[in-house]
Design a protein around this ligand. Structure first.
Ligand code: ATP
Ligand code: MG
Ligand code: MG
Length: 446
């Protein structure tokens, strides 16, 4: 990519979240992630610092914690302002109305260049079927267990989870529970599911797509990938069977050791052999307390869960420590840098995360370490996982042999931005509000 010859016509709108807007290159497997700002008050210097923090945080903190193979930190690029302005005009009409309360940063010229994770770089174009990519926001995978919790209901299975449990009936194994969760996501995607085909969004919730997601349309898209002649069906499988196989491929990828590597050979999954055996108890709550969640150790979900669990005090335990830090900083404002409250996010920050004392010795170091850990866990609760897969080349031969299809796949974790230190009081208030509302609305009226 030649930065001085950037042309907005080589790029198109790809998607956006709360904090950034993403455009993808028409030919290369690249995207540009551009930050959004609620106002144009921020300076170019602030924007640059901010984006550098994002890359450092991904590279030095999240990547070592989540695993090299899953995280792509990208690089900061300085783009010509003219290009960014033209690009912003070009994508404006594609943006969902709901997202237009924020504007794309067109004044700093800073962006983040990343591999386009909805594509498979090594996927040979010999196959006419482009890669399918499923993006999931896993959210928080455990129930809080901190002794600082004041409301007992927070330790209990939330209503949504209880519903999942009920639907899966008693004693579902891990594969079944995940299967049910994915099936629910497909039926009610909310904000937590997107599906791309050849890099194009084909399925998502109402807010992000122009049309309401249609399961039947999705099935039509997926049909060519699962059209193996299966005895009687002879390539005309009913929609349900296609969705079933689709979900199985995703589950297998999510539970695999995930040796996926974008620069190496992607992993292969064989549909008919893919069902991993269950190691989990039907009662994840107790298992989670012991750190034994039943997920295969190297799987992407186990990695994310492990980082989420750095939040072992809950916001109720963190807030007093935040106040301890604040009090200390009031007295010694210059210490803010040494304690790396606002970064830099480098190895030394990572040391503070990893080597925080286990017991509260009353020190500010302990408080800062726990606050840092909490923020890292918050990032892991807000990330996305992308599973991108495509049929293996030898597939045609296999179809002749009437075998089930084989897929090549790659898994990545994205959206790993630092969560602001200043956000902690807000998190504390929000938690109180949510819990109180839940208690009020579930208690029987007097
Ligand atoms: P959120 O509101 O969830 O915090 P965000 O503003 O931080 O989102 P991202 O999640 O990083 O932004 O990006 C927005 C969307 O752009 C993602 O959901 C994903 O669909 C797409 N996207 C981001 N990075 C990539 C990438 N490297 N390759 C392909 N698509 C990407
Ligand atoms: Mg996101
Ligand atoms: Mg984000």
């Amino acid at each position: 990519m030649e930065l001085d010859k950037m042309d907005e016509n080589d790029w198109k709108y790809h998607g956006e979240g709360n904090k950034s807007l993403v455009v993808s290159h028409l030919q290369h497997c690249r995207v540009l992630r551009l930050l959004k700002f609620p106002s144009e008050d921020s300076t170019a210097e602030q924007a640059f610092r901010h984006i550098l923090n994002i890359v450092d945080y991904s590279k030095y903190v999240m990547k070592p914690l989540l695993g090299e193979k899953y995280v792509h930190s990208g690089e900061v690029v300085k783009l010509p302002l003219d290009f960014v302005r033209q690009l912003s005009l070009k994508v404006q009409q594609e943006r969902p109305e709901l997202r237009c309360d924020k504007v794309m940063d067109t004044f700093s010229g800073c962006g983040l260049c990343l591999p386009n994770l909805t594509q498979l770089p090594l996927h040979h174009l010999r196959d006419h079927r482009p890669p399918i990519c499923v993006e999931i926001k896993p959210k928080c995978g455990f129930l809080p267990f901190s002794r600082h919790i004041t409301k007992e209901c927070k330790r209990k299975v939330c209503r949504f989870c209880m519903h999942q449990h009920y639907k899966a009936k008693v004693k579902p194994d891990f594969f079944k529970r995940m299967y049910v969760a994915l099936k629910n996501l497909l039926e009610e995607p909310q904000n937590n599911l997107k599906i791309f085909k050849g890099g194009e969004l084909i399925f998502s919730c109402k807010d992000d797509a122009k049309q309401q997601p249609e399961l039947n349309d999705l099935i039509q898209h997926l049909r060519p990938y699962f059209s193996h002649s299966n005895g009687l069906y002879n390539g005309h499988q009913p929609g349900k069977a296609i969705l079933n196989e689709f979900i199985q491929v995703i589950c297998s990828a999510l539970l695999s050791g995930g040796d996926s590597n974008r620069s190496g050979e992607p992993r292969k999954v064989h549909l008919s052999e893919s069902r991993p055996h269950c190691e989990a108890s039907p009662f994840p709550r107790d298992l989670l307390r012991n750190g034994n969640h039943g997920l295969p150790k190297d799987s992407v979900l186990a990695k994310i869960l492990q980082v989420q669990m750095l939040d072992n005090l809950d916001i109720e335990g963190i807030y007093p420590l935040y106040k301890r830090v604040e009090q200390y900083l009031e007295e010694f404002p210059k210490e803010r840098n040494r304690l790396q409250i606002d970064g830099p996010y480098n190895e030394s920050f990572m040391d503070k995360v990893k080597n925080c004392p286990t017991e509260d010795d009353g020190s500010v170091e302990y408080a800062v370490g726990k606050v840092h850990q909490y923020r890292v866990a918050m990032t892991a609760k807000d990330c996305s996982v992308m599973i991108t897969f495509a049929p293996c080349e030898e597939d045609e031969e296999q179809q002749l042999k009437l075998e089930k299809p084989r897929f090549t796949y790659s898994i990545s974790i994205l959206d790993l931005d630092p969560k602001p230190y200043e956000g902690i009081p807000h998190q504390y208030k929000l938690d109180t509000k949510i819990v109180n509302y839940y208690l009020r609305s579930t208690q029987a009226p007097p």
